[in-house]
Design a protein around this ligand. Sequence first.
Ligand code: ATP
Length: 234
Amino acid sequence: MTDHRLEVEDLHSWYGESHILHGASFHVNRGEVVTLLGRNGAGKTTMMRTLMGVVRQRKGKAVLDGTDLLATPPHRVAKLGLGYVPEERGIFSSLTVAENLVLPPIVKPGGMSIEDIHKLFPNLKGRDRTIGTRLSGGEQQMLAIARILRTGADFILLDEPTEGLAPVIVDDIARALGTLRSMGLTIILVEQNTRFATNCADRHYVMDQGRIVDEFSNDALRADISKIDAYLGV
Ligand code: ATP
């Protein structure tokens, strides 16, 4: 038995005939914020969708808190405390902010109260009756994260939360992630924005062609951000 919250070993997955994850291995410790970095198409989103059970064709090992994720049906994964905030955010356009927030069922005790959500994301305060998609992109991202926190999820998979957002909003989201980290939540962050990644995370994994090909401590990456350039193709 390891102390790792999540242990992924030799994980493979497929969309139909397309073999996308090619034996990826990594781990996440309790309370860590870990990024998956890598160029477009490396398999980062597929990794999240495979862990959540949305991608059903998979083999290898993925164990969360001692539970075999590959043997867990998707509707039970949330009950383990794993919450997914997809890149497209999934805000319901016909619902208000308040309705969006309460829609997903509580799956685990300890979910964040609306008061705490407003402390974490002051932009959402006083916006209860605003239609979700009337919010700015950054506010929609906050709502998408808030909605998952309310369910009691304590291990969050965040797919490119900063994509397309103004720097000032990116800083707000970085601050919020800092708060979640200090509260002891475990987070996997898919990111292309290396500055944001190094502001938020403890460790970084690099994905390429469906595998984890490198790992950096945050200090190592901060000391020389160019280490990552070749992988990202910049
Ligand atoms: P991006 O930053 O572009 O989202 P990524 O690292 O998250 O990149 P994925 O979205 O996981 O990469 O895509 C990995 C590979 O899987 C790509 O070649 C992509 O074309 C393919 N792919 C993604 N979704 C599907 C799907 N639904 N059906 C078939 N192939 C897919």
